[in-house]
Design a protein around this ligand. Structure first.
Ligand SMILES: [Zn+2]
Length: 508
């Protein structure tokens, strides 16, 4: 219990705002600590999984004070609109300036901003707007009037050319620290995924003050996810047989889940809604094709989901998939056990279905960041879930060639971009081909979790407890379950002896 009256009062105020404005009963683990640091005026770096509730960490402090403006930089219009609408519905004085803002609305926002005591608490803007002299000039005035209390930078990894979403305008955000001085305006930087290189770009380019910086993170791996890699045999160019074999493998795996579920639940199983899963594929055509092949199995109900599917149909697919009702089968048909979305990477942003039980990568993901984000869509409810990656040499070579080709046609992004993409895919390769490390540990290593710890980053209390079992992940990965010999045996069928010797020299 904190006896400091000022701290106690602040905690009480935070709780009050959480309950009355944000309609939430309690903070999630670590949220309170992050918010306190933001309120105390520290620069804050937060790297946390999507379900953490990162936005509350700058929204609550902005509302807690009954004066002052918080500027929020946000890269995506959809994300911005979403947040602004949610805040409006909660009665928060929020505004936005983006490409959809009308001239009149823009004038109104600027007028309020410059009036000396703005009523707007949170102003959402694009990084491009922050580059304009016009906006910068206005921001300097608000600062001079003592009304600019904080800058929050969402998706801050977009600042780095080593990240997977590099956005040139983000690079100019260093302007805030260089110009908003006397007094310095604190900066909060937030991201879901950042490798050590991206993280150091974020800190350096934004000019975060290391003396005054507070770091927080949630572990990059997810303790409740069982990570597994499945090795594909070499069918020497016979793609039909390769596909058949892979499909049979996936169906066998699903069948195993069904059997265990039935054994556990007995007759009650028919009353349950189907289990939700996502299968990621490389192309739209493959999404359609695989969805129809999977659906021909009686236990599976599968639909394709990609950018080519019409928006209303997409919305319908999402809501059906998310609804937790048992499916009523037509006469004579069996109830499907699995409800699967076969998706390209268009499926994801803003999707929040907490009870996805498995995410399968039909082909290896192109970047390690997307792997962690996509597999992390499983088990957001904290219950057991699985991540399965299918991996083969042909696919590996194909993706590498594609990365070369794509970066060739987008020369504007520069050679670093290719190097960054290859580096990230290199981590996917290492993750998949390694047979002597726990996969949870590998994920943490690739995202520099251990380094963050050394930098003094604070973790959620629950996660900081060390696992006492003999396996680092408590047997929640194929390495910890099968051991090195078991994995080596499975990996063998993927390539010839000679190829193997060349391929795995680095990983064994
Ligand atoms: Zn493990």
């Amino acid at each position: 219990m904190d006896r400091n009256p000022a701290v106690t009062r602040q905690t009480a105020n935070m709780r009050w705002v959480l309950k009355h404005t944000f309609k939430k009963n309690d903070f999630r683990p670590l949220q309170r600590e992050v918010i306190s640091s933001v309120i105390e005026g520290h620069d804050v770096f937060l790297q946390a999984c999507t379900s953490f509730g990162k936005s509350l960490c700058y929204q609550l402090p902005a509302v807690l004070k009954d004066w002052g403006l918080t500027v929020v930089v946000c890269p995506l219009l959809s994300l911005m609109t979403d947040q602004v609408n949610t805040l409006k519905a909660l009665g928060v004085a929020v505004a936005t300036i983006n490409s959809n803002t009308t001239h009149d609305e823009r004038q109104r926002v600027f007028e309020d901003m410059l009036c000396g005591h703005p009523s707007t608490r949170l102003l959402y803007v694009t990084p491009e707007l922050c580059q304009t002299d016009n906006f910068r000039r206005r921001l300097l005035i608000v600062h001079k009037q003592g009304q600019l209390i904080r800058v929050a930078i969402d998706e801050a990894h977009c600042i780095s050319e080593w990240g997977h979403d590099f956005r040139p305008a983000y690079k100019e955000l260093g302007w805030f620290r260089r110009n908003l001085v006397d007094p310095t305006v604190p900066i909060t930087a937030l991201t879901a995924t950042a490798t050590p290189r991206v993280r150091s770009d974020m800190i350096n380019i934004l000019g975060l003050d290391l003396e005054n910086l507070r770091l927080f993170n949630t572990p990059s791996d997810r303790p409740n996810i069982h990570y597994e890699v499945r090795y594909l045999a070499d069918f020497a160019g016979d793609s039909d047989s390769a596909e058949d074999s892979q499909l049979q493998n996936l169906l066998r795996w699903l069948k195993g889940i069904r059997t265990r579920r039935e054994a556990r639940l007995g007759s009650r199983v028919t009353l349950l809604p189907p289990m939700s899963g996502i299968v990621y594929v490389g192309t739209r055509a493959m999404a359609e094709h695989l969805a129809s092949r999977l659906s021909s199995d009686e236990m599976v109900m599968a639909v394709a989901y990609h950018a080519g599917v019409e928006a209303t149909k997409r919305a319908h697919i999402q809501s059906t998939w998310k609804s937790s009702r048992p499916v009523q089968p037509a006469d004579g048909e069996r109830t499907p056990v699995f409800s699967i979305i076969v998706a390209t990477n268009a499926f994801g942003m803003g999707i929040d279905n907490p009870d996805v039980r498995f995410v399968v990568h039909w082909t290896p993901p192109r970047s390690f960041e997307s792997f962690v984000q996509e597999s992390g869509r499983a088990g957001r409810d904290g219950r057991a879930a699985a991540s399965l990656v299918y991996y083969g040499i042909q696919e590996r070579n194909f993706i590498e060639t594609m990365i070369y080709r794509d970066t060739e046609s987008h020369r504007a992004n520069g050679p670093e971009n290719r190097e960054a993409k290859l580096e990230s895919f290199g981590k996917v390769i290492r993750y998949c081909e390694s047979i002597r490390r726990c996969r949870h540990e590998l994920i943490k290593e690739f995202f520099g979790d251990f380094e963050l710890e050394e930098m003094g980053s604070q973790l959620p209390a629950r996660e900081a407890v060390s696992v006492t079992s003999s396996s680092p992940c408590d047997f929640a990965c194929d390495f910890c379950k099968e051991g090195r010999a078991g994995l080596a045996k499975r990996r063998e069928k993927m390539a010839s002896e000679t190829q193997m010797a060349l391929l795995y020299a680095d990983f064994d």
